[in-house]
Design a protein around this ligand. Sequence first.
Ligand SMILES: Cc1cc2nc3c(=O)[nH]c(=O)nc-3n(C[C@H](O)[C@H](O)[C@H](O)COP(=O)(O)O)c2cc1C
Length: 319
Amino acid sequence: MDMPSLKIGSRISRLPIVQGGMAVRISLSPLAAAVANAGGVGVIAGSGLSADELTSEVRAARAATTGVLGVNIMVAVRAFKELVHAAIAAGADLIIAGAGFSRDVFSWCKDAGVECVPIVGSARVAALSQRFGASAVVVEGVDAGGHLGTDRHVDDLLPEILDAVDIPVIAAGGIATGADIKRMLDAGAAGVQMGSRFAATRESSASDAFKAMYVAATEDDIILTKSPVGLPGRAIVNRLTTRIAAGDYPKIERCRSCLKDCGKEYCIIDVLERAQRGDVTSGLVFAGTSAAHVHEVPAAAELMERLVAEWRVAEEGAA
Ligand SMILES: Cc1cc2nc3c(=O)[nH]c(=O)nc-3n(C[C@H](O)[C@H](O)[C@H](O)COP(=O)(O)O)c2cc1C
């Protein structure tokens, strides 16, 4: 028995597994190419990169795979337009746009023959996205790692989104195992997007200390924290999140004006970069509840093989 493939507009991946884009510099070309080569959709996170850096990441991934490659960019970043155009010019198949809604991105993608996939948290925004020309939508629930656009679980949101649109719906947030994938596909999702499990793979560009935090984390360690983006973020508890909870924000050393609208409590790019580089005490370790399922750091292809095998066991058990 084979897992169904995933069709997003004209692009088809053999497996219905999208590796979520993870900023800053967690999902770069090595991870995206490995996932695409293993039959999923590999996604580079563009937020926090310069257009030149994103161009070289997309080109490197494109050179390493003929599979489906996406670039995730937060609408909230000031350089959104420049980054979308850089990703398209460098050869991305899809643009995945989260943390906000942009009407313009649909026409930029359409003009270039690239698929546009917004991340949505409500049926209203899903329907709007379809009307503007989305090829698919990602519906992300509250268990996801990173910034959250909803306080609802993906299992609750998915039926509403499926009722609202005819395009493929990709479910995200708290999907950790092959059995979870089966649950989402059975509920009508065309595919799943998983971030946390891929953050702790060998090809992820996170530091070893970041990956070790995932391996050690239990459910109780994965919490919500305040972000200057204006959305809550899900992360692993550490000295920084304890400080944030107490309103004791780290000083902004240098503001790059990277967000269109920043609360300026602290610099989100700075703390994400710190964690990516290995300072997991004063850096922010974004992680979803699925990080509690991480017990080791496999290669991305190994993780995907395991997910497929788990999905098959769940399918056969249900037959
Ligand atoms: C470390 C990390 C960084 C993330 N960065 C982004 C990002 O830059 N843009 C975005 O839309 N989603 C981001 N996400 C969310 C993922 O793309 C994905 O939707 C989410 O992780 C799915 O939930 P899961 O972690 O439970 O698998 C991030 C998630 C993690 C864990």
